[in-house]
Write a protein that binds this ligand. Sequence first.
Ligand code: MLT
Ligand code: MN
Ligand code: ZN
Length: 304
Amino acid sequence: MKIKILGSSAGGGLPQFNCNCDNCKGYRAGKPSIRRRTQSSITISEDGENWVLFNTSPDILEQIHNSPFLHPQQRRETKIKAIVFIDAQIDHTTGLLMLREGCPHEVYCTKEVHEELNTSFPLFTMLTHWDGGGTHYHEVATDGTSFEIPVMPNYSFKAVPLISNAPPYSKYRDKPRAGDNIGMVVINKQTGKRLFYLPGLGVLQQAIIDEMRIADVLLVDGTLWTNDEMIQNGFSSKLGTDMGHVPLSGEGGLIETLDTLEKPRKILIHINNTNPILDETTQEYRELIRHNIEISYDGMHIEI
Ligand code: MLT
Ligand code: MN
Ligand code: ZN
């Protein structure tokens, strides 16, 4: 399986348009230890020709432009043959509007996400007005049933329901349902190799840790270093856990759990621009590296 990181940052990207935190400021000032990062998305492929996209970030056009393997070779063509949504958050869905010329899209999501994207943030409904009739919906079950996507015949896909949060605009905000947030396991049916992708993780439940333990590659939520990072910086009144993101450091943090896992390659994704690990000169960055945890970056290629 070929895995490409299209966007490694959380909502807002780095630099975020209205942010002058140390990282955003440092990047604008040309500090070489800080990278530009677009918003949360990956794409995977079996043959390197046909791609399954996870999430459509607001930065999707730039991400496609920066990824020659996604460029059309026919007069009209998209290499993106299926789109999987792991939630209905703005940073994971808005870019679908930018792909409207390519309707209809084959979309895979839970019925809860499908509801949001037809009601409170009606991207799917809006796109029915474009040529090709919008989207073809494939319901993703949350009961552990696996499914297949035709362009990756040697792989099976399985949703893992997890606790994070429903989007800020949702009537289910702060009372998320199973199915509002999922992680996705992709398994090679011949080799048994597993990718576990979970960019939004609020609670470290045992079932999630068990699934992490058997993965070969883990792409996991690295939004914040400390739970009160946004409050301390004066950017928000919300804790990371209020937003549905478990912090990396400290007691009960993600690093503590990752330290107990032997098998997977551990890679962080969906990293907020305020997170000190995004500047390679910080002690937090060095601490992360000491724990054998990697930070994904836009354009990163992973193969399993
Ligand atoms: C999140 O990850 O919590 C959301 O994407 C926040 C947002 O709407 O930007
Ligand atoms: Mn997000
Ligand atoms: Zn910032």
